[in-house]
Design a binder for this molecule. Structure first.
Ligand code: PXG
Length: 289
């Protein structure tokens, strides 16, 4: 496996950056999780745009231009000879001293790690559906650390994941500070009611997921009404179907929430149609390498 760091490729055991990098010391940096299918990087431009939005918001200078970053990702995918891959693009604040001040940092690292697969959930759960729970840890407040910023600081999500696992559950629903459904620890959430899709609006403390956008795009094309709307736990409990979306997870059905069986307790019809359409989309779109 060849890992890209600042324009050079290293074997895994030699791929190292400084312990003084604020990405490590403070989670000060941004990242993207990207996938490739059949030698095409899916929604690469969208991921790069979001990375730049995250870095703009935290005043982090990305050394490469968007075009150079796209090239670097494609080159990393090509050099590693993987047809299907999970690509982690990371930009750190760089080396500083043992103080918060980001203006003292230099040598920000641009890192691209690529692996042949990522299994967020066991394969069985794509057929059977997830059982998820609402957890006490509230999603970061947009006015504190906006979930739109895909930063290296994922403790908020990790705490929620710990709570879910401690309850014997596969995944957590995180609420926003008002008590509305925000998102899961690494996925966006959708419910289906009477043939309509609903997902929380991005302003309510959710990441604007690229898979979420793909689902909204598929819904539009297939004339499935889809709404970005606040969702309460009650609305999740009484939904006909529920599913999660994310680059790593792709689209995964949910069949139980806080002990309530959703629909018939099996992956829903529209969810299954959507999973098929999403698969088709991933096989035909993307930038070739
Ligand atoms: N919400 C959060 C908090 C995320 O971290 C999503 C939603 C879905 O966004 P995309 O753009 O991927 O549809 C994410 C993305 C991991 C992992 O290692 C997590 C994500 C992506 C890639 C890997 O758990 N989360």
């Amino acid at each position: 496996m060849k890992i890209y760091i600042n324009g050079k490729f290293y074997e895994k055991e030699n791929a190292k950056i400084s312990v003084f990098d604020h990405g490590l010391l403070y989670g000060d940096g941004v990242f993207e999780g990207i996938r490739s299918y059949n030698r095409r990087v899916f929604k690469l431009k969208e991921h790069i745009d979001r990375l730049f939005e995250s870095s703009q918001s935290i005043m982090l200078k990305v050394i490469l231009t968007k075009e150079q970053l796209i090239k670097a990702v494609l080159q990393t995918a090509k050099i590693n000879k993987l047809d299907n891959a999970y690509i982690r693009l990371i930009v750190t604040r760089g080396e500083g001293d043992l103080g918060l001040d980001p203006y003292k940092c230099y040598k920000g690292a641009t890192i691209i790690i690529i692996v042949d697969k990522i299994a967020l959930y066991p394969e069985r759960l794509y057929r059977e559906g997830l059982s998820i729970v609402t957890v006490p840890t509230v999603r970061n407040l947009p006015e504190a650390l906006n979930p739109q910023i895909k930063s290296l600081n994922y403790l908020n999500n990790i705490l929620a994941k710990i709570e879910a696992i401690n309850c014997g559950s596969d995944e957590a629903i995180m609420l926003d500070s008002l008590g509305y459904v925000a998102e899961c620890t690494g996925d966006n959430i959708f419910v289906v009611k009477s043939g309509h899709f609903y997902t929380p609006p991005q302003c309510m403390g959710t990441l604007r997921g690229i898979t979420r956008d793909s689902v909204l795009e598929i819904a539009r094309k297939n004339k499935i009404p889809a709404h970005e709307h606040v969702i309460t736990r009650h609305e999740v409990y009484i939904s006909d179907e529920c599913f999660l979306t994310g680059t790593a997870a792709e689209i995964i059905p949910v069949v139980k929430v806080d002990g309530r069986v959703i629909g018939r307790g099996k992956p829903g019809k529209l969810t299954l149609v959507l999973m098929k359409k999403f698969k088709q989309l991933t096989r035909k779109e993307g930038i070739k390498y």
